[in-house]
Design a protein around this ligand. Sequence first.
Ligand SMILES: CC(C)(COP(=O)(O)OP(=O)(O)OC[C@H]1O[C@@H](n2cnc3c(N)ncnc32)[C@H](O)[C@@H]1OP(=O)(O)O)[C@@H](O)C(=O)NCCC(=O)NCCS
Length: 442
Amino acid sequence: MADLTVQEQVELIREVFSYANRFQNSTFVIQLDYAILAQESLPDLVKDLVLLRQTGIQIILVPGARGRIDEVLTRYGIPWELHKGVRIATPEAIPFIKMAAFDTANTLLTHLTANSANAVIGNWVKARAHGVRDGIDFQESGIVERIKIDQLRAVLDQGIIPVFPCIGWSAGGRPYNVSSRQLAATLAAELHADKLFFITDAPGLFANEFTVPEGIDLTTEGRVSRMTVNEAREFIDSNPGHSAETMYELIELAYASSIHGVERVHILDGRINGVMLKEIFSNLGMGTMVHANIYQSVRAMRPEDVPDVYRLMRPLVDQGILVQRSEDHLSETFGDYVVYETDGTIHGCAALHQYGGGVAEIAGVAVDTRYSHLGIGHKLISFLINKSKRLGLSRIIVLTTATVDWFRALGFHEGTRADLPADRRSPYDEGRRSRVLVLDLG
Ligand SMILES: CC(C)(COP(=O)(O)OP(=O)(O)OC[C@H]1O[C@@H](n2cnc3c(N)ncnc32)[C@H](O)[C@@H]1OP(=O)(O)O)[C@@H](O)C(=O)NCCC(=O)NCCS
């Protein structure tokens, strides 16, 4: 701060406070490559991570151990092979791989302890064998199958920093070597993390090394500073020849996490002092970020969507949760509906029916159960709330039998039949005994 004027220092402090408030109770998953863990600057990086925890951000650390595993296997004279960047872990190598993975996690734990942070290494990863691919048996290399999320949340709720070595276990306790990057991406998706970080020893993705989507945001030195999820998809499709490269792998994982609800994925150069704080608490933008445009998957319903929307609603109608709507009715009212679509498939829908007097009703909200808990419902509703605001409406009502708490969490409060517009009161179905919820748009 010595080079800054007093006014600049004040501005900086203001900026930090505003960001700190914004991220209270957020969840960040942070994967650190071994190349960074082996740097002399590691104590500074860990100090910054502990500061993040102290500002109320839940952090989860996933140290990579690739370099350490190489060192240990070399030292004990155990040969190894890679196929498409994945290590083939032999039964002979796995005890040494485990040792190296825990050694790396311990190094991180030691630095966290030096900063008075509470941290714990856990066995929350269920894995299964990678199996035989391209005719190659990956033996004891595994892929992440499931994370014990409830146990992990219990640790996070106590303010403890969980540290994940790159090992997962089968139900019978057999250890597998898993990729720390894949593990971090799975963790972020399952926790619905606000951010996922890949801390590497590279300064980000450079446009001159790959085919990048047209019009993408570049810095003066040619670094891709940010891309949307759609641009990330385009990047993946246009660079198949680079699939074994780190940046390609990271963008692929960033894309996969983003479509599962992680809002932002940051690829940062951990050699830069303070890189995490700069990225989070300022608007400088240090590496390459893949971000979800939260509304990108919500679009107006089209007539050709009617059969898909009908199919989506049917099981909910059968369970008595939604009111019956025929395909004809959907064809007549499709203009009121929005759908949530990814990769050409509709996973959710919702309608905004307008009445006179600035009042509209949100209805027909449905999310495919296979895609529930991914925030799709919230995105549909917040899209319709924003639309209502743009239309200058003053009130939204909802009639529901089974989803009162869910709408309450979105800011709705309980109303009565008297809150319904006159032309909605008569078709109100007494038999369903729906509850009336209201959102005033101020
Ligand atoms: C309600 C519904 C739209 C939620 O969709 P979704 O995409 O899973 O919702 P989100 O991911 O945005 O939110 C999920 C959260 O809401 C909570 N939730 C889901 N259904 C709920 C309900 N009926 N009551 C209270 N909370 C509920 C979940 O516990 C979840 O929390 P978690 O992620 O911390 O576990 C979906 O479950 C659905 O289609 N339900 C049946 C149709 C319906 O009731 N429509 C509303 C009447 S018009």
